[in-house]
Design a protein around this ligand. Structure first.
Ligand code: PMP
Length: 356
């Protein structure tokens, strides 16, 4: 790849309908300040049968949650978007930047499946540039695939399902050379020693970093994903999103849960320790060909008879992810790291499958 500064222009990238869009203005957007009688949003003024507050629409821009995330992550509030899972942020990226039937995006498989699904839902073409055999970016292949209508490149690091981190320098090369948006999905960053790209937002105007509370934070059921980017891109996200995309119960519980940084950090240490223990224990089995070194809370393991082992484990009530038919993951199962007891049971059953 050539080394030249990116000539990034948000206006050139946005779809025309999004540029022209007058966003929905909710009752809570129009009025800001203190009031004692709220008769502006057609809510039930009597209350709700469940608990206090839930009769009122939630804060559309989730100020309190963002303020707390700012304190934890050091990213300014104006650079944070919150979505109904990071899957919502992925979908909004397509709707903001990709004209169906004209634009395209680049995917680097094997990687998280939702980028392709979201492209298909939005009728946007994608070009696949496979990772190399050591699960790193094929920079030349990506450079060749980029054309005048390429709007987004999705890079997942640590990558799902392989677990490894993508070389930082390679991601920076793309950020510098590509005029479109580079999406760095850091769903598993808490399990990695790699620094987050959230510290580089000022340097790269075309960078969107995705994170989620669904993994290390243990809040998958609440559906809270984060996108970090320069404030112009965040303004586009906010223009497109449904007005009340993060419900009040989620905002309330997340505010409390974000007080629990210490316990989360303890869990991360424990998961990383278990990951290394399980990897080592599997690696010595003669039927295990390879365990990809992982920076995530799962490991990709290449082993004999993956499908039969998968079915054997299902019979024992243990569900893992069969990736054995995925290109570049042939023969592999993806194992999420569980509690020490769960990992012990898994290992015992894997040994029983091979040794009887
Ligand atoms: N990105 C990656 C790489 C993931 O693996 C997942 C979930 N499996 C997500 C995003 C989606 O996360 P969320 O629960 O925030 O929608």
């Amino acid at each position: 790849m050539k080394n030249m500064k990116t000539s990034f222009s948000l206006n050139l990238l946005l779809r025309d309908n999004i540029k022209r869009l007058v966003p929905y203005s909710s009752a809570r957007d129009e009025f800001k300040g203190e009031a004692s009688i709220l008769l502006d949003a057609n809510e039930n003024a009597f209350g709700s049968p469940y608990a206090r507050n839930y009769n009122r629409y939630p804060d559309p821009l989730q100020h309190r949650v963002k303020e707390k995330l700012h304190r934890i992550k050091g990213v300014p509030v104006e650079n944070i978007f919150l979505g109904n899972g990071s899957d919502e942020a992925i979908d909004i990226l397509f709707r903001a930047f990709c004209e169906p039937g004209r634009d395209n995006v680049i995917l680097v498989p094997p990687t998280y499946g939702m980028y392709e699904v979201s492209a298909n839902i939005n009728n946007v073409a994608y070009k696949k540039v496979n990772l190399t055999i050591d699960y790193q970016l094929d920079l030349d292949g990506i450079a060749e695939a980029i054309d005048a209508h390429t709007k987004l490149i999705f890079i997942c690091s640590p990558n799902n399902p392989t677990g490894n981190s993508i070389r930082r320098q390679d991601i920076e090369t793309i950020l510098v050379n590509f005029d479109g948006i580079v999406v760095v999905d850091e769903a598993y960053i808490n399990f990695s020693k790699q620094p987050s790209f959230t510290t580089d937002l000022a340097e790269f105007p075309n960078l969107v970093v995705l994170q989620t509370l669904s993994k290390a934070w243990g809040l998958a059921a609440l559906r809270l994903g984060m996108a970090f980017a320069n404030k112009e891109i965040i303004a586009v996200f906010n223009k497109i999103k449904p007005p009340y995309n993060i419900n009040q119960a989620t905002q309330d519980i997340v505010l409390e849960a974000l007080e629990g940084v210490e316990i989360v950090n303890e869990w991360i240490k424990e998961v990383v320790g278990e990951r290394e223990k399980l990897s080592a224990a599997l690696q010595v089995l003669p039927q295990v060909t390879h365990v990809t070194p992982s920076d995530a809370n799962f490991i990709l393991v290449k082993l004999e008879e993956p499908r039969a082992l998968y079915n054997f484990l299902v019979d024992k009530g243990i569900i893992v992810r069969d990736r054995s038919k995925v290109e570049l993951c042939e023969g592999c199962l993806r194992l999420t790291i569980g509690t020490p007891a769960e990992n012990k049971t898994l290992l015992k059953e894997v040994k029983r499958f091979y040794n009887g």
